[in-house]
Design a protein around this ligand. Structure first.
Ligand code: RB5
Length: 142
């Protein structure tokens, strides 16, 4: 499995924690986020991760900013991206099952590192539902 991860200045610490966490699980990580806490603009990193997902270079993406909100709004501007801002494991599971989310967005100032890693696990373990009602709604999004 291969994952792209991107973040602004608010997400550096959580990003580094998740990179270590994913590598220990033998998941390959492409880091396209900033590695400094100098102020920067989250749309830049949303676009980079979205590009990796759309080009099918990775299985899914992780985006981190202070709240997870700005970076999710930015990622969802890219056609084909379904970025879900999630705060807990239930949302992560359902974002994949019902919404076929291809990026999860996390708020580094909202959730702790351990919850974030559990969210990532929940997303990875979930399967995309092929139920007709969900597929119909997804095609309406496109
Ligand atoms: C940066 O201060 C902050 O605005 C950004 O990380 C994010 O929370 C925006 O949604």
């Amino acid at each position: 499995m291969k994952v792209a991860i991107g973040n602004d200045h608010a997400g550096v610490e959580l990003k580094n924690y998740l990179i270590d966490y994913l590598k220990k699980k033998n998941i390959e990580v492409v880091n396209v986020g900033t590695d400094t806490t100098d102020s920067c603009d989250y749309p830049v990193y949303a676009k980079k991760v979205a590009g990796e997902v759309i080009d099918k270079n990775v299985d899914f993406g992780i985006l981190i900013c202070g709240t997870g909100i700005g970076i999710s709004i930015a990622a969802n501007k890219v056609k084909g991206i379904r970025a879900a801002k999630v705060n807990n494991t239930t949302e992560a599971k359902l974002a994949r099952e019902h919404n076929h989310a291809n990026i999860i967005c996390l708020g580094a100032r909202i959730i702790g590192n351990v919850i974030a890693s559990e969210i990532v696990d929940s997303f990875i373990e979930a399967k995309e539902s092929s139920a007709e009602n969900h597929l119909r709604r997804l095609s309406m999004l496109d």
